[in-house]
Design a protein around this ligand. Structure first.
Ligand code: URA
Length: 444
């Protein structure tokens, strides 16, 4: 086999076999196929696409390129969740204990944040004592014991994807549905889940800007999961503003605790209930979506989801008393209100800009090795649809004492808000669900 023939075949719109795709991925990972040939192939895929069979073969080849986590010693159906990005996305902190509280085991590997996006691991580490490095045996024992463990990514999961994603990044070939779908799913499959629920974002701040493209991406990921024997469902939600109000590590943990007490922001609570319900159905703890949602609502109001969070925090060495008293979380020493300079209605909030503002305050990392400050960040006081008068606070910055001038951060926050004379029609948060049975849009 020669790479040039496979590039030619794809360029002409042909379908590559699983062994041809495996040849490309193994050759590229091993250094036998150079960047320039892999780039040409990725560009051919960008223009000609891939069939479902090819996409599944690419996913498996990348999943098999490194370590594969064996979760079989954990009893029950292990359901993983993945989000395609999000600022202020603390859903894992809520969904993990919520779903575990009805008996579906959650064995999750999460990442650290880089740039404007926060990472679940950083958020958890804002709890004093919380450990995110567990041995494989302790990880499995904890899930069997309390139903939930979250650890930092270790080992070498899907290294072929890592190499190919970096190449796509510099060859204008990221925005290809089969390439994104196989990239995401290869990592989930290598992480060992039996079933996968995907939180696919759409809108100006997301990879996919339109609902139609987001549905295609979701359908491609569901098809891969189905093809490789992992049941998969995807929920498509709007990303025209951050989820909830808090952005910043300890601030987000506090908001997650409120949500687990049943007193969280409406958008965040609803998305967690919907994603969690799909996990519960795939995990076999309910026979319908409505039954699962009813169960999960009950767990929020009877305190069992919150109790599971406390058990989880303590099992990983964290100070469980923060759950009863969130003021024990790291606290910023100073707050600054960001005031609106125009009156009107909030019609959109650029999540990415707010993520960058939080990063500048110290909540995120500009470079991989930067230190973060768990206490700092921002809390939104106005969201899309709210009326604002000049001088009103639109957000509160939580800053460290030694932080000098906060004007540049406040300006960035103001710029992230679109305030117009008239309110726009309220866009729903939840747009569609994609399962192996097809796409179903929520009534709007
Ligand atoms: N996220 C991924 O992991 N891979 C892509 O290709 C795009 C987004």
């Amino acid at each position: 086999m020669r790479a040039v023939d496979l590039i030619h075949k794809k360029r002409e719109g042909g379908e590559l076999s699983a062994s041809e795709i495996s040849f490309l991925i193994k050759g590229y990972s091993g250094g036998d196929i150079p960047d320039y040939q892999m780039s040409a192939w990725a560009m051919a895929v960008y223009y000609k696409g891939m069939t479902e069979r090819e996409t599944a073969a690419l996913t498996l080849a990348m999943a098999e390129s490194g370590d594969q986590v064996n979760l079989s010693p954990i009893l029950g159906v292990k359901v993983d969740k993945h989000s395609t990005g999000g600022v202020g996305d603390k859903t894992t902190l809520i969904i993990g204990p919520l779903v575990a509280s009805v008996g579906v085991p959650v064995a999750k590997m999460s990442g650290r944040g880089l740039g404007h996006t926060g990472g679940t691991i950083d958020k958890l580490e804002s709890i004093d004592g919380f450990r995110t490095e567990l041995s494989r045996d302790s990880f499995i024992a904890q899930v069997n014991d309390i139903g939930l463990a979250v650890i930092g990514q270790s080992g070498d999961l899907a290294p072929a994807d890592k190499k190919l994603y970096a190449l796509r990044d510099v060859t204008a070939t990221v925005e290809s549905i089969p390439l994104i779908a196989s990239s995401v799913m290869s990592k989930k499959i290598a992480a060992g889940a039996d079933a996968i629920v995907l939180d696919v974002k759409t809108g100006s701040g997301a990879f996919m800007k339109t609902l139609e493209d987001s549905e295609k991406l979701a359908a491609a990921m569901v098809a891969i999961g189905t093809e490789v024997g992992r049941q998969t469902a995807a929920v498509i939600s709007d990303m025209d503003q951050p989820l909830g109000f808090a952005i910043g590590n300890a601030l987000e943990v506090a908001e997650a605790i409120e949500t687990l007490q049943g007193k969280g922001p409406e958008d965040l609570t609803e998305l967690c209930l919907v994603l969690g319900s799909h996990m519960v159905v795939l995990g076999g703890a309910a026979s319908s979506f409505d039954e699962a949602k009813g169960l999960l609502r009950e767990q929020l109001s009877n305190g069992k989801a919150l109790a599971k969070f406390k058990a989880f925090v303590e099992a990983q060495g964290g100070d469980g008393s923060v759950i009863d008293d969130p003021s024990r979380l790291p606290q910023a020493t100073r707050t600054v209100e960001v005031q609106a300079i125009t009156s009107g209605y909030v019609t959109a909030i650029q999540a990415e800009q707010l993520g960058l503002a939080a990063m500048i305050l110290g909540a995120g990392r500009a470079t991989k090795d930067a230190q973060i400050d768990y206490a700092v960040g921002l809390v939104l006081r106005k969201k899309v649809g709210d009326e604002v008068r000049e001088g009103d606070s639109i957000a509160t910055l939580y800053v460290r004492e030694e932080q000098g001038d906060t004007d540049n951060v406040a300006d960035r926050v103001r710029e992230a808000y679109r305030i117009e004379p008239n309110a726009s029609q309220n866009k729903p948060l939840l747009l569609a669900v994609v399962t192996s049975a097809g796409v179903s849009r929520f009534a709007q």
